[in-house]
Design a protein. Structure first.
Length: 45
């Protein structure tokens, strides 16, 4: 196997992992925003 192929494969794997974590963080932020909106609706100040 050529070293360049190994580097590309590692980079692709790292990018996929970064994308997964970014999606996870975004999903958590969306859930938090929805929860905040629900709480504001249920308990208006």
């Amino acid at each position: 196997m050529r070293p360049l192929q190994q580097v590309v494969r590692c980079r692709v794997r790292w990018q996929r992992g970064a994308l997964d974590s970014a999606i996870r963080v975004h999903w958590l932020a969306v859930q938090a925003a929805l929860l905040g909106r629900l709480e504001r609706k249920l308990d208006p100040l």
